[in-house]
Design a binder for this molecule. Sequence first.
Ligand code: B12
Length: 217
Amino acid sequence: MSREELFDRLAQAVIEGEPEDAEELAREALAQGLDPLACINEGLTPGIDRVGELFASGEYFLPDLIIGGEAMKAALAILEPALTGDQERQVLGRVVLGTVEGDLHEIGKTLVGTMLTANGFSVTDIGIDRPAADFVAAVKEANATLVGASALLTTTMLQQQKIIEALQEAGLRDQVKVMVGGAPVTQSWADKIGADGYAEDAVSAVALARRLVSAPT
Ligand code: B12
């Protein structure tokens, strides 16, 4: 199977909601020596974007979203360890990462975490649906230098602002830089709530994190 054909089939496995196929194709891609990041960016991501479009246009319903997400996760479970590589590298910064309260979307957040880990950051992933207080507690616990807050719903974006306020109240705002992201989030929203940065995808999240800790890009 050619590289393009494999990417196309990965996308189709997500669109059709076939976790087993997605997993098998991911294994095949690695066996062929394909770059795991390219499999994610050129195969899985266009697939899940299409699922979102079909949902928005009313052709797909919630179960289709769920199974599409499951297919993407099944393939990521194979691809991500290959992305992370060896762990013995200099730590560029300690990141607390989570999806905000009321929001169950985990795929993008997890991918950002994987990419940050792959690029030399130490990541504490506190999971999904996490209140601002959990971010604050994790920052203290990990003595973090960066916070990443993911929100995929227009209704939960407000929680990103709550996290910044909670960090201020805890006297930790000067210690950490706050990055925000998620499909509805924009640079102007980040500016409005006083976040230190916004990135539209996992690759630019790494560049942003490096910039925020002043590491060379
Ligand atoms: C899969 C999915 C789900 C799955 C999630 C499964 C899981 N385990 O994560 C399930 C079925 C649970 C779900 C539920 C719902 N969903 Co949904 N879902 C999606 C979908 C199709 C894909 C999201 C995804 O995983 N994308 C792939 C990842 C890789 O991309 P990403 O999340 O955007 O993340 C990237 C960037 O945003 C960025 N990023 C993300 N986080 C962060 C954080 C930082 C710090 C940084 C720097 C960057 C960054 O980098 C990531 C990697 O490149 C989107 C549509 C879409 N295309 O976005 C809808 C979507 C987000 N969902 C939507 C809706 C409406 C819902 C529900 C309300 C549906 C319902 N009626 O119940 C519920 C809400 C549940 C809740 N309380 O959270 C809407 C949101 C509309 C809005 N603007 O508010 C969308 C946009 C679909 C649509 N077009 O209508 N959903």
